[in-house]
Design a protein around this ligand. Structure first.
Ligand code: BT5
Length: 226
């Protein structure tokens, strides 16, 4: 494990290490990120020392139980589910998944997950709000230690890695997007419908009345039931 007082992004650092051949299981943790990354070029915010900011390097397509490339989303799901398990075991906080991989408490974001690949390596980062959250978001509470959350998360991740079919089942169960009315925001289009399921490839199926639309990547907004 590599710990940083400050780094631009734990994902960026670990991707560079992955390209240099670093082994599976290498973890980067930072007290502070100066350029924390979200999805789609967005930024991830956290004041120094407040939240869990970590990334893990996995090589899921190698080894004795290789994961098919079209199921790679399960690696991201495993990290999100491990974060959910850690929030529950350390703080008693019940979070649900919002597709694709946010952790929500109610409708407030507790954690975000970002997977980036340098195939065959995959780097999955998670920012989990422990002591601080921006307005409208959620955190566990300042009394909880980031290292306790980190340890619980790594144990929970170890239990899930390689058990990809179980991860897929748990992911569907924990995904509060399924069954919800949603607005889907794509780069060039927005539409609404009811989220019906998540496919084996991790795509969201949205019932738009006349057909099911498949969403591979994009932003989903949970709408209040009408
Ligand atoms: C994510 O992106 O949710 C993925 C975040 C991944 C962060 C981790 S930290 C360790 C590792 N190293 C990195 O550089 N990144 C990963 P996205 O779904 O695009 O959400 C980003 C949006 O969430 C921002 O545009 C803000 O609106 C909001 N946001 C930023 N910081 C937040 C926070 N601490 N809590 C809740 N929401 C936040």
């Amino acid at each position: 494990m590599r710990r940083f007082e400050e780094v631009d992004s734990t994902n960026r650092w670990l991707l560079d290490e992955a390209r240099r051949g670093a082994p599976e299981g290498l973890v980067a943790v930072a007290d502070h990120q100066t350029a924390g990354r979200g999805r789609l070029g967005r930024t991830w915010e956290a004041p120094p020392g407040a939240n869990l900011l970590m990334s893990v390097l996995l090589r899921p397509c190698e080894g004795p139980a290789p994961l098919a490339v079209d199921r790679l989303h399960l690696v991201t799901a495993a990290v999100a589910l491990a974060g959910r398990a850690a929030a529950r075991s350390v703080a008693g906080v019940e979070a649900m998944l919002k597709w694709p991989n946010d952790l929500l408490v109610g409708e407030a974001k507790l954690a975000g997950v970002l997977a980036e690949s340098a195939l065959p390596a995959v780097v999955v980062g998670i920012g989990l709000n422990v002591g601080w959250a921006p307005p409208g978001a959620a955190c566990l509470g300042a009394s909880f230690a980031r290292d306790d959350v980190l340890e619980a998360l790594l144990v929970a991740l170890g239990e899930r890695c390689g058990r990809w079919d179980e991860v897929a089942v748990e992911h569907r169960r924990a995904c509060s997007t399924i069954g919800r009315s949603v607005r889907v925001e794509l780069a060039d289009e927005t539409f609404t419908g009811v989220a019906a399921d998540v496919t084996d490839e991790g795509h969201l199926l949205v019932d738009v009345g006349v057909c099911l639309r498949t969403v591979a990547a994009g932003d989903v907004i949970h709408l209040r039931p009408t």
